[in-house]
Write a protein that binds this ligand. Structure first.
Ligand SMILES: [Zn+2]
Length: 294
């Protein structure tokens, strides 16, 4: 049973989720349970129960799976339509979603494309999810899903989002593919306390309390981290200008921030080299710091 499930794409409990294992779906793993019990895909000195990891199936009152990380049953369901084709003598239909697996910043457009090698797709239905279960439609009738980083994802605080394509094929099959995408638009750190500034204080005080830091500096790779310490709830825009005052990148545009510390990962591969400044602007004030791209 264990080995057959490998052929369906199921992995062990400890197979690396984010790389190292080829073709690993993010949820296609087994699960170690209490009292050395374990689901079918777990190796080692364990008591294997006769269940695949499945968040909706319980063993001794313990869920045998975890949504989006330990759910071999989901992988089996996903692979079943491909395997089923062998019985009827058809070629299995392959559907992939090609496109970025990380999204960085809001000044950019992102495109994912549905591809298939051996059938004609007659309809595309694109949707997205924050939890991998509840999906919201975001496009149809096109092999490309194009989103604008300034409006997508609508919930910025989702660290992982799921892009789903449901494709209808000319042979009558409907096939679903899901791609998990890291949302690095920002990671929010509320853990450190920051000094509070009230709205009644003058803009000079707000300006002083606003923290901007670029890391690393100079920048030698395609990515930089912009640390922002925002002293009160504000609409902010963040821009990168070069030394001649020309705008090179829009990082944020009139985005509402709650008071807090933020780390923004910014893709800088299209910047020219040289002296830059990053400028944070709200309705009432503006603040810049310098950095260098090599
Ligand atoms: Zn194995």
């Amino acid at each position: 049973m264990h080995e057959i499930a490998h052929n369906f794409g199921c992995k062990h409990d400890n197979d690396n989720r984010d790389g190292g294992v080829e073709n690993l779906n993010f949820y296609a793993r087994g699960n170690l349970l209490a009292n050395d019990n374990a689901t079918i895909m777990v190796n080692g000195p364990v008591n294997r129960i006769q269940n695949f990891a499945n968040p909706t199936i319980f063993f001794n009152n313990e869920s045998t799976g975890e949504n989006n990380s330990r759910d071999n049953a989901r992988q089996l369901r996903l692979a079943a339509w491909r395997i089923d084709d062998y019985e009827t003598g058809d070629d299995p239909v392959a559907l992939t979603i090609d496109g970025p697996s990380t999204i960085y910043d809001e000044g950019q457009t992102y495109t994912w494309t549905g591809n298939t090698c051996n059938e004609i797709i007659t309809n595309y239905q694109w949707s997205w999810s924050q939890d991998g279960w509840t999906y919201y439609n975001i496009g149809s009738n096109s092999s490309d899903l194009v989103v604008n980083g300034s409006t997508f994802p609508p919930k910025d605080d989702a660290p992982t989002i799921f892009i789903r394509l449901i494709a209808s094929f000319s042979n009558g099959q409907t096939v679903t593919e899901v791609k998990s995408v890291q949302n690095e638009q920002e990671s929010i750190y509320y853990s450190e306390k920051i000094e509070s500034v009230t709205l009644s204080e003058n803009t000079g005080e707000i300006r002083k309390a606003l923290g901007i830091e670029v890391f690393p500096n100079p920048i030698v790779s395609n990515e930089m981290t912009l640390k922002l310490e925002i002293p009160l709830d504000l609409d902010l825009s963040v821009y990168i200008y070069n030394q001649y005052g020309s705008l090179e990148k829009v990082i944020r545009k009139n985005k509402y921030y709650r008071k807090g510390k933020y780390n923004l990962k910014v893709n800088v591969e299209n910047l020219t080299t040289g002296l830059k400044h990053v400028t944070v602007r709200s309705k009432d004030y503006i603040k810049s710091i310098h950095f260098v791209t090599l």
